[in-house]
Write a protein that binds this ligand. Structure first.
Ligand SMILES: [Zn+2]
Ligand SMILES: [Zn+2]
Ligand SMILES: [Zn+2]
Length: 360
């Protein structure tokens, strides 16, 4: 029996954010949730009534940009029709006692990711994916420069009804906020503490561990071999500049993270060469997920070092990455109440399945 087939029941501590630990429980009796077959995603190339489709440009809110410039658009950025954050209000709410608020100031924009309505990421060309990510970079930079109060620009994509995408046409979103989201803040803070103690970036350490093929754990007292780990088992894809990893303590069954192999804290520092390799690794990882899941519906989001004076010292300790979280189940009361996610597929078995997909 190979390691990945043994039943697993253990709490795994997320090395970056320990409060985001996960209960990996693969025995059938431990399954707290059953994934219903999600509503199928819309795969049509063009939909007459879709505001994001070619020919319907007049149906979207004002256009912020279309790319590439001077050619039929492949990507468009528009204002969000229902922004969750907006312009500065003249009379901020008064606060009372424990009821403290922060003004909902910020920017919320939508990027139409492709001129074909229902195209999936793994079906896009690598040239297009490189353009997509370079446009993320350009717009993030513009948003940061537009107002020094904006301290974080979150870029994310919801794909498929199971992932909460309200418009079927493939798109991403930018949300620029005056506060750094708690998830990012936790990652930044914990990696800074790790750096102070170990003088190394924790993400670089994780990558090194993932690339070490085998490790043997010995019993401290007797010196006997306790466990042989095939550490390379978490690698999904490895490119010249990027790596796709199945995190050891994944909250979601099919969660995959993509990181630059060389240390880099800020996504805005990526070069065209970087993005070409990122496009390849992303396309291949998404093709693997799509094949294993029979059509992946997911959220992905970029985590990069925040742009604010307080974060200037985090360049050595923080390492940007893309988190891809396919949605195969909905959180249960146990998960919401405890904050402990339950993962019923062991990350090593999931990685083995993803790696086994034959790509052309
Ligand atoms: Zn459309
Ligand atoms: Zn690093
Ligand atoms: Zn992250």
């Amino acid at each position: 029996m190979v390691e990945s087939e043994k039943p697993v029941r253990e709490i795994r501590i997320n090395p970056i954010v320990p409060s985001e630990s996960v209960l990996v429980a693969t025995a059938r009796s431990m399954r707290p949730k059953k994934a219903e077959a999600p509503a199928p995603r819309d795969t049509r190339a063009h939909v007459d009534t879709c505001p994001f489709c070619v020919g319907n440009e007049h149906m979207t809110p004002p256009s912020i940009g279309a790319y590439p410039e001077g050619a039929p658009w492949q990507l468009r950025i528009v204002e969000n029709l229902y922004p969750v954050l907006g312009d500065e209000r003249e009379n901020p709410n008064l606060t009372f006692g424990l009821q403290q608020t922060i003004d909902g100031y910020g920017r919320h924009e939508v990027m139409i990711d492709h001129n074909q309505h229902g195209i999936a990421v793994h079906e896009m060309s690598e040239e297009h994916l490189a353009l997509l990510f370079s446009t993320y970079r350009v717009r993030m930079e513009q948003l940061y420069q537009s107002n020094p109060r904006l301290r974080y620009v979150l870029v994310f994509k919801n794909f498929g009804p199971a992932a909460g995408a309200s418009i079927a046409h493939t798109h991403s979103q930018f949300i620029a906020t005056p506060v750094v989201p708690a998830n990012v803040q936790d990652e930044v803070e914990n990696s800074r503490l790790y750096y102070e103690k170990n003088h190394r970036c924790i993400f670089c350490t994780l990558i090194d561990e993932a690339l070490t093929f085998e490790a043997t754990l010995y019993d401290r007292e007797s010196g006997e071999i306790r466990r042989k780990l095939d550490v390379g088992q978490f690698v999904i894809e490895r490119g010249k500049k990027f790596i796709a990893i199945k995190p050891f303590a994944s909250r979601y069954e099919w969660e995959v993270h993509i990181l630059p192999l060389a240390h880099q804290s800020d996504f805005l520092a990526t070069t065209p060469d970087d993005l070409a390799d990122l496009a390849r690794i992303l396309r291949r990882s998404m093709a693997r997920l799509d094949a294993v899941l029979g059509g992946a519906q997911y959220n992905y989001f970029l985590h990069s070092v925040p742009h604010a004076p307080a974060y200037v010292g985090c360049d050595a300790s923080y390492h940007w990455h893309l988190e891809i979280c396919p949605r195969t189940s909905i959180p249960t009361g146990f998960e919401l109440g405890s904050g402990l996610f339950v993962n019923t597929v062991s990350p090593e078995a999931a990685a083995a399945k993803l790696r086994a997909v034959v790509l052309d």
